[in-house]
Design a protein around this ligand. Sequence first.
Ligand code: FAD
Length: 594
Amino acid sequence: MTIELKVPDIGGHENVDIIAVEIKVGDTVELEQTLITLETDKATMDVPATHAGVIKEVKVKVGDKISEGGVIALVEAAGASETKQPESPKPVEIKQETPAPQAASFSGSADAEYDVVVLGGGPGGYSAAFAAADEGLKVAIVEQYSTLGGVCLNVGCIPSKALLHNAAVIDEVKHLAANGIKYPEPEIDIDQLRGYKEKVIGKLTGGLAGMAKARKVDLIQGFGKFVGANHIEVALTESTQYEHASETGAKKTVQFKNAIIAVGSRVVNLPFIPKDPRIVDSTGALELRTQNGKLPEKMLVIGGGIIGLEMGTVYSTLGARLDVVEMMDGLMQGADRDLVKVWEKMNAHRFDNIMTNTKTVAVEAKEDGIYVTFEGEKAPKEPQKYDLVLVAAGRAPNGKLCGAENAGVAVTERGFIEVDKQQRTNVPHIYAIGDVVGQPMLAHKAVHEGHVAAENCAGHKAYFDARVIPGVAYTDPEVAWVGVTEEIAKRDGIKITKSVFPWAASGRAIANGRDEGFTKLIFDAETGRIIGGGIVGTHAGDMIGEICLAIEMGCDAEDIGKTIHPHPTLGESIGMAAEVALGVCTDLPPQRKK
Ligand code: FAD
C-alpha cells in the first residue's frame, strides 16, 4: 500500500524552509526515522516518519518551503502495525548560550557603503568576499596586513607545505640508497630554501590580489572594529610583513548591509615562557632562524598536534634531534591509534624522547640553551637543554578583538562566535566563518563556510550541511582521516564494521618502496553505508577526498568496490578496502567465509 508521509502539526508555522532531506528513493525507513529537517526563525526541527516502509518518491528538496499537511514522500508501507499517529516534531533551539549584548548606536558618517564587508582576508574571508562579488554584490575586505590569504597562505598551510615538500624529497632520496642509487649528503642553503618558501607565498598571495581586483572587491588595509550594527571603523595600517603592522593614524568608516566576520585565530602563548629568539611559535619556526649560521641541533616541540609534528619533521630532516611533550596520552589526537602507530614506527628515528601524559612546567633561557622542566609520566628528572623550542600548544579565536559586541554580536568567554547552519550570528545580517566559529580550525572548513555566508548575503538560502570535514597531518607518512573513527564509534556506541587494505599488498606502494601504510573504511553496521575512513601512507592527504565524497553520497561498500580505480595507484587501495568489506578482494589471501 502506498502512503503519503506528511508534515504534522508544526506549531502553526507556515512555509517553513526545508534545510535537510534525509531520505532518497529506495531507502527503507523506520518509524520515527527523520525524513526532513525544517528551520523557522527560532528553531530547527526534525520531521519523523509516521509509517515504516520503502520510499517510492521524494516530493521535496532542500530549499523548498512546506507547511502542515505538505507531502514529503510516498512510502510503500511495510504493514498496518507499523504506522503511528503523527506527533508534532520537537523543536531544537538554535544554540545561543552567550547572552547577546546591546549594539552600540553609531551616529557618525561613513566614507563608503557596501552590500558586504568581510572582516579578515584569510581563506574564509577572501572566499566569502569573492563568492559575494560573483553574486553581483558590492564587496570590501578589511585586512590589517598587506596580503590576502590569512594565516593559511602567509604563515600556515602553504609555507609549511613548501618546507615539508623539500624535506620529503631529501628523505625520499635517502630511501633510494637501498635500491642502489646513492647521493652524497645534501648541501642546504637555508637562505635559498627560505627564499623558495617566500616565493611560493608571494605567488599565491599575488594571485589573490589579482583575483580581488578582477572582481572589483575593494581591499581596505587596516584594523577593523565594529562601532555599531552597520558600521566598521578601520584604523588604516602599513605592513611589509605578515603579523607586523603599524597604524598610519588615518581612519576610515565603512557602512554595510551585511558583514562577514572572518577574523580567524592566533597562537596561544603559555604564560611561563620567556621571550627569546630561540623560543618560537609556528610563524617563528617557519622563518628557519639560524644561530651562528647554524640550524638547531636539538629541538623541543611543545604540543604533539599536527602543526608541531609537521614543523618537527622539517627541522628533523634538516638535522635536528627532536623531543616532543604532549599533555594527552598520545600524539596526533583525533586520528585512530592504528594509523598513528604506523607514523610513529616510521618516525621513531627522529625522536630522542616522546613525552606523552607530560606537561612543561618551567622554561629558562640561558646563554648556552633553553632549559625546560617537565612534570608527568615521561618527565625526565632534570631540566633538558634545547637549541630551539617550538610552542605549538593550540590556537585561540579572535572573536573578542574586533568589537563584535558593539554590533550586538554575542561572543563566548573564549572568543568564539556562535552561528547557525546559515553561518548567521545572533544578529541576522552579520555572519561569522572560519576559525572564529569553532573547531576544526582548518582552511577547507573556513572556505566552505565562507561560500555559505556569501550566498545568504545574496539572498539565497544556503546551509553548511557538510557531513564530514577531513583532517590531514602532512607528515611522512601522511595521516588522513574523516568522519566516524573507531574511537568515536566506541565513545558514542555506534555499531560499525571496518575493512582494512594493507599497502603491503598494493603494487604501487611496493613499487614506490613505501608499503608501510594501510587504508581503512568504516561502515554503519545497520545501513551498510560508509561513515568514516582513515589512510596512513604517502599521499594519504590527496586520497582522503574520495572517502569524503563517498560519505557525502551515502555510498556503501559495493558502490566503492565496483568503481573502477586506475591501476597501479595508491587510490586503488580505497576500492580494495571496499572489496575487503564485501569479502571479494582478490589482491589478498582468501577471506574466511562469514
Ligand atoms: P585566518 O587565516 O586566521 O585569517 C584571518 C585574517 O583576519 C588574518 O589575516 C588577520 O590578520 C585578519 N584579521 C583579524 N582580525 C582583524 C581585524 N580586526 N581587522 C582586520 N583584519 C583582521 N589548515 C588546513 O586546513 N590545512 C593545513 O595544512 C594547515 N596547516 C597549518 C599550519 C600552520 C603552521 C598553522 C598555524 C595553521 C594551519 N592550518 C591549516 C590552519 C589554517 O591556517 C586556518 O584554519 C585558516 O587559516 C583559518 O582561516 P580563517 O579565514 O578563519 O582565518
